[in-house]
Structures are given as C-alpha cells and as structure tokens.
Write a protein that binds this ligand. Sequence first.
Ligand code: KIV
Ligand code: ZN
Length: 512
Amino acid sequence: MDKVIIFDTTLRDGEQAAGASLNPQEKLEIARQLEKLGVDVIEAGFPASSPGDFEAVQLISKEVQRPIICALSLANIDAVDRAWEAIKEASHPRIHVFLSASDIHLLYQLKKGREEILVMSREIVARAKSHVDDVEFSPMDASRSEPDYLYRMLEAAIEAGATTVNIPDTVGYATPQEFGDLIQGIFDNVPNIHKAVVSVHCHNDLGLAVANSLEAIRKGARQVECTVNGIGERAGNASLEEIVMALKTRQDFFGLTTGINTRQIYKASRLVSEVIGFPVQPNKAIVGANAFRHQSGVHQDGVIKKSITYEIMDPKSVGIPSSVLVLSKLSGKRAFRERLAELGYTLDEEDFARAFKRFKELADKKKEVTDRDIESLIAEERRTTTEVYHLDHVEVSCGDHSLPTATVRLISPDGRSLADAALGTGPVDAVYKAINRIVGIPNELTEFTVKSVTEGIDAIGEVLIRVESEGVTYTGRGAATDIIVASAKAYMNALNRLLVSKAAKTGKGKRK
Ligand code: KIV
Ligand code: ZN
C-alpha cells in the first residue's frame, strides 16, 4: 500500500477566490476542522501578503499541532524570512517557495532570462532551507513550461534542499494525458527526483483539476494539493473531497490510501461554505445536496432493493447525517446534545447553553427542527462570536400603500446602544440605510440572495450578500425565520467582517 499526502490549500489558494477573505479566527476554525479531517499539510496562508495573513498563519502554527503547517512565499529573501517568522512555532513547519518557470511568465511578467531564474530558484530554496528542513518548491505555470528547462529547475531546487517539488497547472490548461506525461517525464529526466516527493497543484479552468491530479497520482505523484469544495483562484482548485473519495472508492484501480477521515468531509464542506459564504452547488460531487438523492422511480426502486444498484458510495462514509429524526419544541437538552454530536459539533457548556436557547426560540416558531436548521443555527451562533457591532433590534413597516421604513438598534463595540431609522425603496433597503446611518462605512451592495433552508412556510430563510468597499468584496450571511431579520443579520455580518479586516490593517482591536 502506498499513501498519498493530502496538502490542503483552502486557507491559501482557496482564500484567493474572489470574495473569500477570511479573518484569523475564521482561518483557525477551519484549520481545526482540517486537522480533524486528517489532512497531512495545511497551507495556512501567505504571510508576506498582509499583516492579517501573517497573524492567521502564526495563530494556526501555535494552535494546530498534528499536521504540517505550511506558509507560502514569493521568491525573495524578505518574503521567505517573513514566512519563517510566521510558522517558526509550529510543531511541523514547512516553507513553500514559488517562482515562474514558463517563458510566458519570464518574458511578460518577470522580464528575466532562464539562467537568472535558475540561480534565483537555488538561492531562494537555500534561504528557506537555512530556516527549516521541510522546503517545498513550485515552478509556477509548469504545465506551460518547456520540459527540459523545467527538469533543470527541479534538479536545481532539489540540489539546494527542496524536499517536495510541486508541479502546478497554474492556469488549468493541461489535459489529463498531457499532465500525466509531464509527471512521467519528470520521473524519467530529473536525476535527483528520488530525493523529493513529487506533488501536483491543478486549477480547474477547464473543469479538469481532479482528473489531472488523479492522472498525476497514477504516474507516481505522492502529494496532491487541493481545497475543500474545490474553491480557489478563478475556477478553483482540485476538490479535496473528490480526490479523496475517488482514491477510496476506486482503491481497486489506484491501489492507494490517504490519511483522511472521510466521515469529516461533509462537516468540513459545510463549515467552509458557511464561513467563506460560498454556497455548494446542489449537483456538486460528494457534498452537494443532490449527491445522494435519487429522483427517478427506477433508481429509487433499485436503491430500496439494494443500495449498490445506484450508489457507489455510502453517504455515511462522507459524514452525511443519516437520521430522519426531527426535533421539536418538546425536545430537551439531551436530545439536542445528541443531535449536535451526531452532526459532528462538540460545544463547550457556554456555547451549548446559547445554542440551546436559540434552538428553543426556533422551535417555538417552527413545528419541526431539522438537521439543516440546526446547522444554520450553529452557523448563526458562530457569526455572532466575531461581531464588532451587534444587531439588537430591527423593525420595519411596509406594504403597497406605505413608505418602507426601518428602525434599527445596534450595540457598539464599547457597549453603547445606538438607534436610528430610515426610509427605503423597500424594507431591506430601509434597514440597510438605517444601519449605514449608525455604522457609517461607505460600501456598495453587489449581491443579495435569499433561500429557504428547508421546505415549508415556516422555514428558516438564509440570506447571502456581498458588499464592496475600497475594491475588496466582503461576504455576509444571516439566517432567521423572518427574511427581513435575516437580511439585517447578513448585512451586519458583512459589515463586521469589513470592520475586522480594516482593524487588522490598522492594528485596532475588535469586540471579542
Ligand atoms: O497555481 C499556482 O501555481 C500556485 C502556486 C503558488 C503553487 O498557486
Ligand atoms: Zn494555485
């Protein structure tokens, strides 16, 4: 048996997805779940890119012990030193340096010749090696590079001390056969390749990231870089859950294993979706809402007779809750705690007490409380722990013959109660204008969607919004049985994230 190293880059390449910025606490929460998931390496961020990212990588390095914590670095001495500063307290630190290898990048972006880049590769790996033994090197845009030059670059990096060489398909251009041939070429032509682990990092511009990664693994790559839900720059990266489940389900074909606890996959997917604010498409393989739903009568008939007829994986194996039990207002603490445990949540007493209070409030409004309701409720609870301003009260008056008017009350970071009112073109507009009068941060609402968590007129409504401020997009989510309240919560969530991010840049603190 041979093991594939799972290198998760949700917190680095995943966070590069437009509108996906995370604060250090959010990154830490995801890192903790990645540790439970059993990933071997967490690429926690790009410390030289911003003070906030430096802080996040440092925090994760201190708090998350089992996996290797990796920091990405540009190919310059200061950036490498900064990466080291951020990870030096990790139990298992790694520096990952990258430098372009393709003539397209050398000519148009770096404006440097091949020989100069070779010297730089050696120097930069050596600098990383002076800090830590575990050094990864990526020749960026490898799939569009001239193979003989790529081989020389890899040889130089390994000679200088790289222990992992990562082959990126940076722009998602390769096809599986081509990419597999490239990996084979590397094994055949880089004389010292046996001294390093060969890794791959595939982007999904043509929808081939997973296929390319799997083909590379078939040719001998033993580390794969991927992200939860496949998020990442542009069309994203290879999806972790798809690669892991392909290797597991087709173990007969690949003959390989991973260290992933697949039962944590669904939880990781929900958490990343909630925290980043990117919904998972219903037909997404492994974790989409329809991934294990059978609609056609013929299929349903087959599955009832024997699940193997139309199911190649057991939904339980990826941690999709199997229970059909629903809770109601008569359910007590014990039932709620058990349900939480089944859904993979372990809350301390204080968090549990708050979640139970919310559950009871919800159960008063809603006849049945489903698993999705509970997930939504926990997500709502999580959002309030990183607040700057707290939404205390929202009230609207609207109708076809009245001017939509909203009154809101917020609790400020220093505990003051601040109220204001505004008119709007509709109730949501009025609420947002009233909030703006208090918070006073210029921004533009660029996206607003509302969907119900479950079926039924009493369902929780989930609102997802994006706002833009000074060229940066912030996502906000809110959930409530009243969609105006959910909209107000989503706006507050986006504004709070905006404020936290600004505070990280200016060094000012937040409420908790
Ligand atoms: O896509 C890419 O080339 C990267 C490198 C930094 C590995 O993300
Ligand atoms: Zn990438």
